[in-house]
Design a protein around this ligand. Structure first.
Ligand code: SF4
Length: 697
């Protein structure tokens, strides 16, 4: 008889859908959407519903390896601990680093962050979430004094206007797209505006598509702020009572003449007027933004330009209103909560704050606490390349493909004296550079929690046995910590104990900012943890219920409890040469470097090979025919992919998906073409704004 269905969550995007997984006697797994999960109410997208096709063990890393040879766990763990200790003794704590992932569960993340920041005493732990949403984190911090998403998914159904900017929701967060599409059928007065250089599939539900020039978003929303002021659409009472800095922000918006904004954004003045008027007149408005905003050298300014418009109209934290950052990965948010970014401390506390450092150190009873921010992802790999980082542990991610200037990253890994990789796969472009390979548990075997884009914490539960010698990430990190000499602080026997400690830390006295507070779950028992139903934070010790929305009545987490307008200048979007602007991103049916979705023939059939989307007129000008092979190159890299000609692509720009690696198509690693230019505030790389030559192959 088949085992009963296990309630878990999808391992892909930040929507965080609930999944019912039923292992069958024949070894397959039946997958269905969980009708009771508040993120998806039973819906799943193509990737989620194909999860059962991706859990087989082909290609899995099933035993530890040292130098390419099988080793015991004791040998591998002893070697990792002793080499890290030796490097720290000789060169100091900042000579080692962890590069982790939004694929880790919160418990894994918590233990990794505790080991690096509290016991090694460095903040050199950064995550691939840096590539995903760190500009949103920085924008939230600047405006709210905390990394707080104010709204809930329900707001997307209650709004009368949804503005989607830098978000191909139809392919990248499909269940949220489905929820909006269904709400639009129920409430025909709802309007959707899509702001994107490409006319993506999301345009199918859009009433208006604004084909914005790459990096034109700041100018657009600064211009919108000026327009709102001119039209008398501001909420002066909210501005007066709950914010500071409005005059300076408005001062920079004084260029709001439609012709000037049109020059910055590439959007025609009449389209601008139509959008601005719709925004001004529609109170229930949510602005959804994602990687098209974040992955930019001006990503944080874009986020604040959007937030400014919501603060100025008081449209925040009320039903159907607010700025809404949608995260890319299943646990990008959980990583933020435990302090998994190099510039954060645990539990939303700040590394630059001596009081916070003392609180965390006392709580952990740790010998050392990182005193300053560590290296952010791009700088971290530069430090690997120039020899400052001498021992690196990579967990659950594939930076040899996914980092900008990916060939330089691969070269840096090759030269690094000691590289440890924890992964579920034996052969990725990154595992090739590992001195030690550690077999990690995969989805369906792992046990822990994740947090989705609306602050909802859900359980990922195991329904398959750990294969061969694979182990959960939290166990691997704990064992290394013990062998490094920190056994007393790393006594965990199961993930419930880690979650209980994480929850207790969130409720410590004198923490200041109480946005992230799940102290209601401090000391949770293993049984209660196992039965934990999805919940939104905050859930403090003092409140019977929690979750919901933030900031309708102010109460920001700044010292004066007021939100800060940020005066942002529009970014320079001028064309700098005759080459094409390269935009990168996801397709509907693949995930990151395809280590899981590449196992499903059904998913691979959507796009069977890598391609470049290009406007037919641009292609004609270069002698490129539809479906022919095309070379894209610049000083950093050189790839060959197939031409897909479509007028969905704006003139002067091309789009190449991010997924294909050496494993699947030797010539198509698109991040080899992307420069390591980053946002000066968030450190997020500009993954959507490289310049490339495009020629027939
Ligand atoms: Fe998974 Fe995202 Fe699809 Fe939901 S929308 S099933 S979380 S990939």
């Amino acid at each position: 008889m088949d085992t009963p269905a296990v309630r878990t969550t999808c391992p892909y995007c930040g929507v965080g859908c609930g999944v019912l997984a039923t292992p069958r006697d024949d070894g397959t797994v039946a997958i269905a959407g969980d009708p009771e999960h508040p993120a998806n109410f039973g819906r799943l997208c193509s990737k989620g519903s194909a999860l059962g096709e991706t859990v087989h063990l082909d290609g899995r890393l099933l035993e530890p390896q040292i130098g390419g040879k099988a080793a015991s766990w004791d040998e591998a763990l002893d070697l990792v601990a002793s080499r890290f200790n030796a490097v720290i003794r000789e060169h100091g704590p900042d000579s080692v680093a962890f590069y982790v992932s939004g694929q880790l569960l919160t418990e894994d993340y918590y233990v990794a962050n505790k080991l690096m920041k509290g016991f090694i005493g460095s903040a050199n732990i950064d995550t691939n979430s840096r590539l995903c949403m760190s500009s949103s984190v920085a924008g939230h911090m600047r405006a709210f004094g905390s990394d707080t998403v104010p709204g809930t998914y329900e707001d997307l159904e209650l709004a009368d206007l949804i503005v989607l900017t830098g978000s191909n929701l139809a392919w990248c967060h499909p269940v949220l797209y489905q929820r909006i599409a269904a709400a639009k059928v129920r409430r025909p007065q709802m309007r959707v505006v899509l702001i994107d250089p490409r006319r993506t599939m999301t345009a199918d539900i859009a009433d208006m598509h604004l084909p914005i020039r790459a990096d034109g978003d700041t100018a657009l929303f600064v211009g919108l702020l000026g327009f709102l002021a001119k039209e008398g659409a501001l909420d002066h009472a909210y501005i007066e009572r709950h914010t500071t800095g409005f005059a300076a922000a408005l001062g920079l918006a004084s260029f709001c003449d439609l012709d000037v904004i049109s020059q910055h954004t590439g959007i025609a003045p009449d389209q601008l007027l139509a959008f601005f008027t719709l925004f001004a007149r529609t109170e229930r408005c949510v602005t959804v933004y994602s990687q098209g905003v974040n992955q930019s050298a001006s990503g944080t300014d874009k986020v604040n330009a959007i937030i400014n418009c919501h603060l100025a109209t008081g449209r925040i934290g009320r039903p159907g209103m607010g700025p809404f950052s949608v995260t890319g990965q299943p646990n990008a948010m959980g990583g933020r909560e435990v302090g998994g970014l190099a510039n954060m401390l645990a539990s939303h506390m700040q590394i630059e704050n001596a009081g916070h450092r003392r609180l965390v150190q006392d709580f952990w009873a740790s010998p050392a606490i990182a005193a300053r921010p560590g290296l952010k992802a791009v700088d971290l790999f530069k430090a690997v390349g120039d020899g400052r980082i001498k021992a690196l542990w990579i967990m659950a991610t594939n930076p040899a493909d996914s980092m900008p200037e990916a060939d330089h990253v691969a070269k840096a890994l090759k030269a690094c004296p000691f590289v440890v990789v924890s992964d579920i796969n034996a052969e990725t472009d990154t595992t090739a550079y590992a001195h030690v390979l550690l077999p990690a548990a995969g989805w369906g075997e792992k046990d822990g929690t994740v947090t989705n884009s609306e602050r909802r914490i859900s359980r990922q539960r195991p329904f398959l046995p750990l294969p061969d010698k694979a182990k959960p990430d939290w166990w691997i990190i704990t064992e290394v910590a013990r062998r490094m000499g920190f056994a007393a602080a790393f006594t965990y026997q199961n993930p419930a104990q880690i979650f209980a400690e994480h929850a207790a830390l969130s409720g410590v006295e004198n923490k200041g900012s109480r946005d992230f507070d799940i102290a209601a779950h401090a000391g949770i028992s293993a049984r209660a943890y196992d039965n934990l139903a999805p919940f939104q934070w905050p859930q403090s010790q003092h409140a019977a219920t929690g979750g919901g929305r933030f900031f309708a009545d102010g109460g920001f987490f700044t010292p004066d409890r007021r939100a800060r307008f940020v005066a942002v200048p529009p970014a320079d979007t001028g064309v700098i040469d005759q080459r094409f602007t390269l935009n990168t991103g996801r397709v509907r049916d693949h995930w990151h470097t395809m280590t899981r979705t590449g196992k499903s023939a059904r998913l691979s059939a959507h796009f069977a090979e890598p391609f470049v989307e290009m406007h037919p007129l641009d292609a004609a000008g270069r002698g490129i025919a539809d479906a022919s092979l095309v070379r894209l190159n610049n000083d950093y890299g050189d790839i060959v992919v197939r031409a897909l000609l479509t007028d969905r692509q704006a003139r002067g720009s091309v789009f190449v998906p991010m997924h294909w690696t050496n494993q699947f198509a030797r010539s198509a690693r698109v991040d080899t073409l992307v420069t390591s230019r980053t946002d000066p505030v968030s450190g997020q790389p500009a993954l959507k704004m490289a310049r490339v030559d495009v020629q027939p192959f």
